[in-house]
Design a binder for this molecule. Structure first.
Ligand SMILES: Nc1ncnc2c1ncn2[C@@H]1O[C@H](COP(=O)(O)OP(=O)(O)OP(=O)(O)O)[C@@H](O)[C@H]1O
Ligand SMILES: CC(C)(CO)[C@@H](O)C(=O)NCCC(=O)O
Ligand SMILES: [K+]
Length: 255
C-alpha cells in the first residue's frame, strides 16, 4: 500500500515514502536532493527502499526535470502521476483566472492546508505561505475558495538581484535587526521584512475580506528562518505539500 510523494521545487526535490496513501499515514523514509543530483536518485537515496505501490508528484521545475525524475522512477513498477492545477479538487475551488496556470506546488499546498483546517474543525479563512526559492502567500476563504495570492522573490533571489543590480553592494550574510547599522544587516533585514511584510499585509487583507482572522500555515525550506520575525500567529507545517498530495491521492482512491 506504500505511497511515494514527490515535490519538485525550483531548487530541490523533496520526497517522502508513506505507509499508505492516506492523510496521517506513517512516514517510512524521506529525503531531498538538489535538482543537479536527481539523476542519481535510483542509485543512491531510492536504492533499497521498500518499493512504493503508487506515487503522486508535484512539479514546478518543468518537463525536462519531470522526465529525468520519471527515468529514476523506472527503478520500480509504477505509473508516474503528477498533480495539475484545476478548477476544484480536495475541497478547494480555484479562483485563478486560468486555474491551470497556478503553480502546482501552490495548488497542492492549498489542498494540504484545507485538509489541515478541516481536520481541526477550523471553518474560517486560511493563509498559506511557502518560503523557498520564491515566496508565495495564498488566501483561502472559509468555504475553501482560493481567492488569489502573491508571488515574490525569495530571500536568495532578492539578495542576488541587489548584488548584480548595484555597483557597490556585496552580500555577506548579516543579522536581522530592527534598525540595521551596517550593510550586511541592512540587506538581510530588508529581505526578511519584505517577506514578513507581504505576509502580514495579506493577513490583514484576508481578515478584512472575510471578517474573521485567518489561521496561517507556513511551509518551505526557509519557513523556519522567517517565522521568528512574524508578528502574527502562525504554524510551521513542513509537510504541507506532501499532505496535499496525500489528500489528493486519498480523494482519488475514494472516487
Ligand atoms: N534568512 C532567510 N530568510 C528567508 N529565506 C531564506 C533565508 N535564507 C535562505 N532563504 C531562502 O531559502 C531558499 C532555500 O531553501 P530550500 O532550498 O530549503 O527551499 P525549498 O523550499 O526547498 O525551495 P524550492 O521548493 O523552491 O526548491 C533560498 O532560495 C532562499 O531564497
Ligand atoms: C511561483 C512558483 C515559482 C513558486 O514555487 C510556482 O508556483 C510557479 O512556477 N507558479 C506558476 C505561476 C503561478 O503560480 O501563477
Ligand atoms: K516549493
Amino acid at each position: 500500500m506504500s505511497f511515494l510523494a514527490i515535490d519538485i521545487g525550483n531548487t530541490r526535490l523533496k520526497w517522502a515514502l508513506y505507509a499508505a496513501p492516506q492523510p496521517g499515514a506513517a512516514v517510512l523514509a524521506q529525503g531531498a536532493a538538489f535538482l543537479e543530483t536527481i539523476d542519481e536518485l535510483a542509485d543512491s537515496q531510492w536504492r533499497g527502499l521498500q518499493p512504493p505501490r503508487s506515487m503522486l508528484g508535484c512539479n514546478v521545475a518543468g518537463d525536462a526535470v519531470r522526465r529525468r525524475v520519471e527515468e529514476q522512477l523506472e527503478l520500480w513498477d509504477l505509473t508516474p502521476r503528477w498533480a495539475v492545477s484545476n478548477a476544484r479538487d480536495g475541497g478547494v475551488r480555484n479562483g485563478y483566472d486560468h486555474p491551470g496556470r497556478l503553480g502546482a506546488d501552490r495548488w497542492v499546498a492549498l489542498i494540504g492546508a484545507w485538509a489541515h483546517a478541516q481536520a481541526r474543525g477550523v471553518d474560517g479563512p486560511v493563509l498559506v505561505v511557502m518560503v523557498g526559492t520564491a515566496v508565495t502567500v495564498d488566501a483561502l476563504d472559509g468555504e475553501g475558495r482560493f481567492l488569489g495570492g502573491l508571488i515574490l522573490p525569495g530571500h536568495g533571489i532578492m539578495l542576488r538581484a541587489l548584488e548584480s543590480g548595484t555597483a557597490g553592494l556585496h552580500v555577506p550574510t548579516g543579522e536581522v535587526r530592527d534598525f540595521p547599522t551596517n550593510t550586511s544587516d541592512a540587506l538581510t533585514s530588508g529581505g526578511t521584512f519584505a517577506i514578513t511584510g507581504a505576509i502580514e499585509h495579506m493577513h490583514r487583507r484576508l481578515q478584512r475580506h472575510c471578517g474573521r482572522s485567518p489561521i496561517m500555515l507556513m511551509t518551505g525550506g526557509a519557513g523556519w528562518k522567517v517565522a521568528p520575525y512574524l508578528d502574527i500567529q502562525h504554524e510551521l507545517v513542513d509537510s504541507l505539500i506532501f499532505d496535499g498530495l496525500l489528500a489528493l491521492q486519498a480523494h482519488r482512491l475514494a472516487l
